[in-house]
Design a protein around this ligand. Structure first.
Ligand code: IMP
Ligand code: MG
Length: 175
C-alpha cells in the first residue's frame, strides 16, 4: 500500500482528550450544537463528542471540493445543509483537515447567515503551509506539514477512512 503511518492511534486519542477538556471548559454550563462536516470528520467527531460533558445536539453538513484528486478544485458545493435551527445557539463545527482554508471559509459564511450566538471551529488536522485564505480555527488537533494524509476518517478517492491512525499517502509505490 502506498501509505505510511504518521500519527498513531495512541497519540490521536491523547490529543482528543486534551481538546475535549478545553471545549468542556470553554462551554461550561452551556449547550452545544455540533456540526460535523461530512464525510471526513465523522470519526474525529465521534471520538471528540463522547468526551464532552455538556448537552450536545448533533447535525451534519456535507460539502465537496475535491472529487478524486489530491488538490482542491476551489469550488465548494453544499451537498447536504444542516437541519437543526442554529439561530441563537452555540455552534461548534467539526472538520477533518484544513488545507487551503477555502472550505472552512465558505462554511463560516454559510452558517453566519443563520445567526448563531457563538460559532467555533475544531479541526483534527491543520496544514498551515498550504493556507490560501486567512481563517481562525479555535481548536486544532495537530499542525502537520504539507503531506496528503489518509485514515481516521480522511480518504483518498474514498479509500482508507477506516484506519485508526493517520498515514501519509504517496502517489506512487515507494521503491
Ligand atoms: P481546503 O478547502 O483546501 O481547506 O480543504 C479542506 C478539505 O479538503 C478537507 O475537508 C478534506 O476533505 C480535504 N483535504 C485536504 N487535505 C487533505 C488530505 O491531506 N487528505 C485528505 N483530504 C484532504
Ligand atoms: Mg475529503
Amino acid at each position: 500500500m502506498p501509505i505510511k503511518e504518521f500519527l498513531s492511534e495512541e497519540k490521536i486519542q491523547k490529543r482528543i482528550k486534551e481538546i475535549a477538556d478545553q471545549i468542556n471548559k470553554d462551554f461550561e454550563g452551556k449547550e452545544l450544537i455540533v456540526i460535523v462536516v461530512l464525510k471526513g470528520a465523522f470519526i474525529f467527531a465521534a471520538d471528540l463528542i463522547r468526551q464532552l460533558n455538556m448537552p450536545v445536539h448533533v447535525d451534519f453538513l456535507e460539502v465537496s471540493s475535491y472529487g478524486d484528486s489530491l488538490e482542491t478544485s476551489g469550488v465548494i458545493k453544499v451537498k447536504r445543509d444542516v437541519s437543526l435551527n442554529i439561530n441563537g445557539e452555540n455552534v461548534l463545527v467539526i472538520e477533518d483537515i484544513i488545507d487551503t482554508g477555502l472550505t472552512i471559509k465558505k462554511i463560516k459564511e454559510l452558517l453566519e447567515i443563520k445567526d448563531p450566538s457563538a460559532l467555533k471551529f475544531a479541526a483534527f488536522l491543520n496544514k498551515p503551509e498550504s493556507r490560501r485564505v486567512e481563517i481562525d480555527v479555535d481548536y486544532v488537533g495537530f499542525d502537520i506539514p504539507n503531506y496528503f494524509v489518509v485514515g481516521y476518517g480522511l480518504d483518498y478517492a474514498q479509500n482508507y477512512r477506516q484506519l485508526p491512525y493517520v498515514a501519509i499517502y504517496y502517489e506512487e509505490e515507494e521503491k
